[in-house]
Design a protein around this ligand. Structure first.
Ligand SMILES: NC(=O)c1ccc[n+]([C@@H]2O[C@H](COP(=O)([O-])OP(=O)(O)OC[C@H]3O[C@@H](n4cnc5c(N)ncnc54)[C@H](OP(=O)(O)O)[C@@H]3O)[C@@H](O)[C@H]2O)c1
Length: 338
């Protein structure tokens, strides 16, 4: 009789917990219709449940990247990326809330940061699903807002300079767009590897280039980089401008142009005896672990120029669409003890 009672109570609690989980809601910025920044609505959304190989992260902060606005506008929908009502956002930092049955790398309570696949997203929300292969422990010496600024942009910089260009100590790299999200990490990664760094930015952003200790800062509004630079080993092109077309002649024979925007012209590359590569970044927990090491060693620090509440994501998108953002914009999702 007593055992039956305990069983019934246990079962009732389990059923209630399951029902609560099924009905659980969270605040999120939701896209129902593709369009301008105003289409994102701050509203209740179902709280996601992790599958066996996933973790559920209580999001403390999410960063904004140019790709967020491309997805919001529906630019990727043609490629089958239409999971509306959609929650965009690919950079998160937070605390592990729950782990799937086969997710063994992290435990509840771990402070983590993740680069969520652009195919899934989900970062602009109080809870997000991450794969272990997209996640690493958050660097201990930076807060959640700074940590959220790292994954996508710094991974792109790492995969461009380290994996693709194989940048080595003593080599010279020219970074177009040194004051942006990717560029500001690229400068620091290149310096940490012992390379000489030349970077371009507008007049207003020359101070950041100096703060990041570039060896040569070029104001692209007053100076043509091709008049100042020659024989670099690597060009990293982070801008959507004519900079790429003017870069072929500044690379030494055998060198490489890595562009994260437009495709390099292979005929021009062949003419100059150089390689040209268009890099598409992808989440990689091993890269995040390398970035954590650099940050904890004091060799790299995210530049966060603006922090806004999650509900103001539309304002953040207006800013990112100027293509003149300094460092990173971060959305604060929850007040957190750092
Ligand atoms: N392929 C990939 O996997 C991948 C990954 C990440 C990003 N991306 C793309 O790469 C680009 C950069 O990304 P991001 O996150 O760094 O963007 P971002 O943070 O918005 O970059 C803004 C920066 O670009 C600089 N800039 C704009 N025009 C410039 C020019 N003509 N010359 C030099 N600097 C210029 C701005 O400096 P001033 O304000 O001083 O002009 C600003 O600091 C975007 O188009 C993004 O979509 C591609």
């Amino acid at each position: 009789m007593k055992r039956t009672f305990v069983c019934c109570v246990g079962l009732t609690i389990t059923v209630i917990a399951a029902a609560q989980a099924a009905n659980a809601v969270m605040k999120a910025m939701v896209v129902h219709e593709f369009g301008g920044p105003e289409v994102m609505k701050y509203e209740d959304a179902p709280r996601p449940e992790p599958k066996d190989d996933e973790i559920l992260v209580r999001v403390m902060a999410a960063a904004v990247n140019p790709v967020d606005s491309y997805v919001r506008q529906g630019m990727f929908a043609k490629r089958g990326m239409d999971n509306r009502p959609a929650i965009i956002g690919y950079d998160i930092s937070g605390v592990v809330e729950k782990t799937g049955a086969n997710a063994k790398k992290f435990k509840a309570g771990d402070k983590v940061y993740s680069y969520l696949s652009v195919m899934r997203g989900g970062g602009y929300a109080e809870f997000a699903i991450a794969k272990e292969s997209e996640t690493a422990l958050k660097p201990k010496n930076i807060n959640f807002e700074e940590a959220a600024a790292v994954p996508l942009a710094a991974t792109t910089a790492w995969q461009s300079l380290v994996d693709e260009a194989k940048l080595n100590a003593g080599q010279t790299v020219l970074v177009h767009g040194g004051s942006g999200g990717v560029g500001s990490f690229a400068i620091q990664i290149a310096k940490a590897r012992g390379a000489k760094v030349i970077a371009t930015a507008s007049t207003a952003h020359q101070d950041l280039l100096k703060q990041l200790q570039v060896d040569q800062a070029i104001d692209y509004t007053t100076t043509k980089f091709e008049d100042m630079v020659k024989d670099v080993d690597v060009v990293l092109n982070c801008v959507r401008a004519e900079a790429l077309a003017r870069s072929y002649g500044v690379v030494k024979k055998g060198g490489i142009i890595v562009s994260i925007t437009d495709e390099p012209d292979q005929t021009e590359c062949a003419k100059h005896g150089i390689r040209g590569s268009r890099l598409g970044a992808h989440p990689d927990a091993n890269v995040l672990e390398e970035l954590t090491k650099l940050i904890e060693a004091g060799k790299m620090k995210p530049i966060v120029s603006q922090t806004l509440p999650l509900a103001d994501a539309s304002k953040a998108h207006q800013q990112i669409e100027t293509h003149h953002t300094l460092g990173k914009i971060v959305l604060k999702v929850k007040e957190a003890p750092n």
